[in-house]
Each structure stands twice: as structure tokens, then as C-alpha cells.
Design a binder for this molecule. Structure first.
Ligand code: ATP
Ligand code: MG
Length: 414
């Protein structure tokens, strides 16, 4: 009886527990999202609605929790009950046996002790079993994560030639989509090549696939067809750490970690000393605002960098990119407009960063685009035009039209 009940009730509890941990994860994600997005929630007066959504998220969690407690609440008293019934049976049958002098009184007492000794370990085992079960349910989730295939760890490493700066990039007929099952390609037959220390500007409407090209180059996603070469080695064969070591990205939305300005520049790389950090900051014109901060380089920025302006965040990310002295620089310019003075500082910083380095810039600033060795115009994931600024203006295609719209027909003189 005990074995069957243990098996049944524990199994039910385990099912409930499994659901509980999944629900808890979702609940936590929901909370995290709403707390970080609190400003938006308040601005759009979504408090009531989100509270209702929260109820919807947490009720299943509570129900799972209640179910789990319910099974345990039955299980332990039930085991106790079976033990007590056993004892009662021993006393019942034993006492009549003693009275009819079939067994000695001492035997009965001994049996009562045995019963207790028998049930104590069983209770203990089922108690441990319960702990084990919940640990199993949790570890299932951990192993699920651990079993995710790791990124390419082996493959090409920097060999003896690393002192000679490389940085050539080649895309050959690359087809790519984020979602394997999607019908449309995000990138269609994209080919281009950049020589060492050359620069490429990516231009195109929003959603045309510019950031996607960058993501592929960093090896964040596998491509469906085609080839990508970095320094003549196919990207699949690169060791991802080694690959990313030579690339620095200034991303569209700069991410800062909670910590000091200094730590945000060197990102925990102890080999980058204070002098190098200051030099990088000075070089990209970030030192001016850093010096004005109450604690300078030791100033602690809030998570996500919310205590700095977006222009300041960008300058800081330039300093970060430079401190690592990458061979390949990728710049995903933010579209947000900044005051003219910061704009000047940023333009100057970009020019310095790109100097003598293979660079891909996703550019909105005319100055950055114009100075690029090659411009690639993307349209719905396809390369529609390529060439230098003057040639593309001459062609009178998409680029010329974009240029006309953005910079107001001053093309002839520029
Ligand atoms: P913008 O100028 O606005 O930054 P973009 O050219 O950088 O645009 P991408 O970010 O490359 O555009 O996006 C290209 C397409 O891929 C878009 O249609 C977008 O919806 C889709 N996309 C982008 N990132 C993902 C992702 N992580 N998962 C699925 N689809 C994505
Ligand atoms: Mg983008």
C-alpha cells in the first residue's frame, strides 16, 4: 500500500512541480520586463492592464504550487496513517495472542518497536525522495540549457602571422533568414569583399538587413547558404572567441553595464590599464564629458547606462571599441539626432576610429558614407547598388534618391 501510494502521489507532485518551475520562469521574465520598462508602463497608463496580465501569469503558478502542496499534504499524513494502522493491527492481533498465551508479552512489545523502526526509515526515504524529485524537475531544465550545442570552439586560431594585421572580409552569395521556417530570405545572394584597412558603408532603408550582415560577420547566426570569409578563413572554421577578438562593434543601442566608466571601457579586461583607457577616451573625444563627471573614470553608471545621455553613451562605446584595438571595426550608427557639438565630436571620433582599420559602417551620416571606399546599397536584403559616392550619385538610382531625401539635393557640390 505504501509503495503504491508513494509512487502515485510523488509522481503527481512531480508533474505539478515541473509545471511550477516553468511557470515561475515565465513569471520572473514578466516581472523583469515590467520593472525595467516601468517608465513606458506608467507613460501609457498601462498599470491596471499589466496588473491584470500579471494575474493571468501568476494564477497558473499559484495553482501549480497549490497542487504540489496538496499532494504532499496527503502524502505525509497518509504514510503516518498506514504506520499507525500497522501498529493498531499489531496491538489488536498481538494482544489476543498474548492473552491466549500463544506469544510472550515481550514479543508484542518488541514488535511494536519493530513497527516504529520499520516506518521511520520509510518516512525518511520518501522525504528524501520528494527532495530528489524536485531536484530532478529543476535539473531537467538545467540540462536542457547545458545540452544546447556550443558555438564552434575548435577551428582556426591565430597562428604565427598574427602580428601582421589582417582584416579582409568576403561574403559570397550569402542567403540567410533568422527563422528556418520563414518563407522570405532576410538576406538574398549578398556578395561583397573588403580588403585590409578598407572601409565599407552599408546604406539602406530600415529593416533592409544592415544589422543582420553585421550579426553574421560576428558569427551570431549560422547562414543557410553561401560563404563568409574573414582573413581568408571561412567563418564556420573560425574559433568564435578568436574571431570576435579581432572585431569591435559599436552597436546601434549602446549597452552599458552597471559599474564604473572605467570598467565599461575595458569590459573586465585587466590587461587594459588606466593609461590606455584614458588615451582611448581622449582619442575619441569622450574624455571631456568623463572629466566633468563628479568621480571621473570611477563614476558609477546605472545598469543600461540610464544615467548618461545617448551621445555620451556613444562616445563611451567608441572608447570601448578603441581600447581593444581591433582589426575590424563595425559601426552601427544610431539614428537618433544629437546636438551639433556632440555630433562634431562623434564624427571626428568615427574618422579616427576608421583610420587604418578594416571597417564596416552602417551609416546615416553623410560624412561617414562619403569617405567610405565602397558603398553597398541594400534593399529588402538584396544588394542593389554598389560603388563610390560619386558613381552612385551619377547612376541616379536608390542611393541618389536616398541622398536627395536625406541631405536635400546638395549633391552636385558635395
Ligand atoms: P535599421 O536601419 O532599422 O537598423 P537594419 O537594416 O539594420 O534596419 P535588420 O536589423 O538587419 O535591419 O533587420 C532585417 C530584417 O530582419 C527585418 O525585417 C527584421 O524584422 C528581421 N530581424 C532582425 N533581427 C531579427 C531577429 N533577431 N529575429 C528575427 N528576425 C529579425
Ligand atoms: Mg540596424
Amino acid at each position: 500500500v505504501l509503495a503504491i501510494s508513494t509512487f502515485y502521489l510523488q509522481n503527481q507532485a512531480m508533474v505539478a512541480y515541473r509545471e511550477l518551475v516553468t511557470r515561475l520562469a515565465r513569471l520572473n521574465a514578466y516581472l523583469q520586463e515590467n520593472i525595467t520598462g516601468m517608465e513606458v508602463v506608467q507613460l501609457f497608463s498601462r498599470e491596471e492592464r499589466n496588473l491584470r496580465d500579471f494575474d493571468r501569469e501568476h494564477l497558473p503558478y499559484r495553482h501549480a504550487e497549490e497542487r504540489e502542496i496538496f499532494y504532499y499534504a496527503i502524502f505525509f499524513p497518509f504514510t503516518e496513517l498506514v504506520g499507525t494502522l500497522g501498529m493498531a493491527a499489531v496491538i489488536w492481533f498481538g494482544s489476543s495472542a498474548v492473552l491466549s498465551e500463544q506469544v510472550a508479552f515481550g514479543v508484542l512489545v518488541a514488535f511494536l518497536q519493530y513497527i516504529r523502526r520499520f516506518f521511520r526509515p520509510i518516512m525518511d526515504i520518501s522525504d528524501r525522495y520528494a527532495v530528489l524529485q524536485s531536484a530532478m524537475a529543476s535539473s531537467e531544465r538545467i540540462f536542457e540549457l547545458l545540452e544546447t550545442p556550443t558555438e564552434n570552439e575548435g577551428g582556426a586560431r591565430r597562428d604565427g602571422t598574427h602580428h601582421q594585421r589582417g582584416g579582409t572580409i568576403e561574403f559570397k552569395n550569402v542567403y540567410f533568414k533568422y527563422d528556418e521556417d520563414a518563407e522570405d530570405w532576410i538576406l538574398k545572394d549578398v556578395s561583397f569583399s573588403i580588403g585590409a584597412s578598407q572601409s565599407l558603408a552599408l546604406v539602406g532603408a530600415t529593416g533592409s538587413g544592415k544589422t543582420t550582415i553585421v550579426n553574421l560577420l560576428c558569427g551570431f547566426y549560422p547562414i543557410q547558404s553561401g560563404e563568409i570569409f574573414v582573413d581568408g578563413v571561412e567563418i564556420k572554421k573560425w574559433n568564435v572567441d578568436q574571431l570576435r577578438e579581432r572585431i569591435s562593434i559599436v552597436q546601434q543601442d549602446v549597452f552599458l553595464f552597471s559599474g564604473s566608466v572605467r570598467d565599461n571601457v575595458r569590459l573586465g579586461d585587466e590587461s587594459i590599464n588606466q593609461a590606455r583607457i584614458e588615451e582611448a577616451a581622449r582619442f575619441v573625444n569622450a574624455d571631456r564629458f568623463i572629466k566633468k563627471l563628479p568621480n571621473g573614470y570611477e563614476q558609477v553608471v546605472a545598469e543600461g547606462g540610464s544615467t548618461l545621455s545617448s551621445g555620451q553613451r556613444q562616445l563611451l562605446s567608441f572608447a570601448r571599441a578603441l581600447a581593444f584595438n581591433p582589426e575590424i571595426l563595425i559601426l552601427d550608427e544610431a539614428t537618433s539626432s544629437i546636438d551639433t557639438e556632440t555630433e562634431q565630436l562623434i564624427q571626428d571620433a568615427i574618422a579616427k576610429l576608421m583610420h587604418d582599420r578594416t571597417s564596416i559602417v552602417i551609416a546615416h551620416r553623410l560624412s561617414t558614407i562619403r569617405s567610405a571606399d565602397q558603398i553597398l546599397v541594400l534593399h529588402h536584403g538584396e544588394v542593389r547598388e554598389r560603388g563610390k559616392h560619386e558613381d552612385l550619385i551619377q547612376q541616379g538610382g536608390i542611393y541618389a534618391r536616398l541622398h536627395q531625401l536625406n541631405y536635400g539635393g546638395t549633391t552636385a557640390q558635395q
